[in-house]
Design a protein around this ligand. Structure first.
Ligand code: FAD
Length: 285
């Protein structure tokens, strides 16, 4: 099934995310995560693509495994350090495995980046369109992409992606829903009307919080900082508080009319299960 049809179904949709292992001997463990997440009946499951493309085969393997459980898979694909030949081969492999949805991404810049075919996700979108009938999504940033010179330059980049054929956007994680609501107004005023999937990250340990701040640039509101300060030395309490915080964010989003929510579950089926249980009546599952 195409993700765009799920996003437009008028219901509240909650999707989950997995990342592939770095080595084949961890693949069985990752497939077990797929089984546990699939049992929660998410609207779809996205599978990330390793930086530089090193785990590309596992992204396809896990996507296929997700679909074996009757759940729609959304495969991520990045283009920054990858040749056009390799990109076409991954696209064809996805097609062969009946994976109809791709989240087209640039990938993060790092010192190890090899010269790749493209410098922006919009170019990858054009390539995907040439090689199959996929539903294509992209990434967006309620707090602005860290490399954008201004909010309006960031919106220009998004508009290029939407005009290239991006049918929906998933947001970078945010911890303050007001940031997301303001972003939605900016999109409307820029004429970007494709569905937006709100990305919520349950932060369940304090190391994760430090990584998030340095990698994504997402702002941490004072309310969440206090939680992290209070419970960072008590792993069980931090986990419970992180799940409660993400649950509250989701309830507020749904109450405000946001129908499409993505949980950055990060291979933690127990965390995903607790959030899904907390919102089961709210989302009607
Ligand atoms: P782009 O859309 O290319 O945007 C990058 C910058 O360039 C922005 O500042 C934008 O405003 C600007 N821009 C965009 N298009 C143009 C244009 N045509 N001309 C000029 N400027 C332009 N990384 C991974 O390695 N693997 C993953 O699986 C992965 N999944 C992700 C999922 C989500 C939902 C998100 C939000 C991010 C994910 N990332 C992943 C990280 C992502 O690769 C980085 O955030 C990266 O820095 C930007 O990717 P992008 O696709 O948004 O890039």
């Amino acid at each position: 099934m195409k993700v765009i049809d799920i996003l437009n179904n008028g219901k509240v949709n909650v999707s989950c995310e997995l990342f592939p292992p770095k080595a084949w001997d961890k693949l069985e463990g990752a497939k077990q995560v797929v089984r546990e997440i699939s049992k929660l009946n998410p609207s779809f499951v996205s599978v990330t693509y390793g930086a530089g493309g090193g785990t590309s085969d596992y992204t396809v393997d896990l996507g296929r495994e997700v679909q074996n459980f009757g759940v729609t898979a959304l495969a991520h694909l990045t283009c920054l350090s990858t040749s056009e030949e390799k990109l076409i081969s991954v696209i064809n492999n996805l097609k062969k495995n009946n994976i109809e949805n791709i989240l087209a991404l640039r990938g993060d810049r790092g010192e190890e980046n090899l010269p790749g075919a493209y410098s922006h996700a919009s170019e990858l979108i054009e390539l995907i369109k040439k090689h199959g009938d996929f539903c294509i999504g992209g990434a967006c940033y309620p707090e602005c992409h860290p490399e954008s010179s201004s909010v309006s330059a960031d919106l220009d980049g998004l508009k290029i992606k939407a005009d290239s054929g991006c049918e929906f956007f998933t947001t970078q994680m945010f911890f303050d829903n007001n940031v997301f609501y303001k972003f939605m107004y900016r999109l409307l005023s820029a004429g970007i009307t494709v569905p937006i999937v709100a990305g919520v990250m349950p932060v369940t340990n304090s190391n994760q919080l430090n990584r998030i701040v340095s990698l994504s640039g997402s702002g941490i509101p004072l309310r969440f900082k206090s939680i992290a300060d209070k419970f960072s030395n008590d792993p069980a309490a931090m986990k419970q508080a992180g799940i409660a915080y993400a649950t509250e964010q989701i309830i507020d989003l749904v109450a405000s009319g946001v129908n499409n929510i993505h949980i950055y579950t990060m291979n933690k089926p127990d965390v995903a299960a607790q959030i899904m249980a907390n919102i089961s009546d709210i989302i009607g599952k």
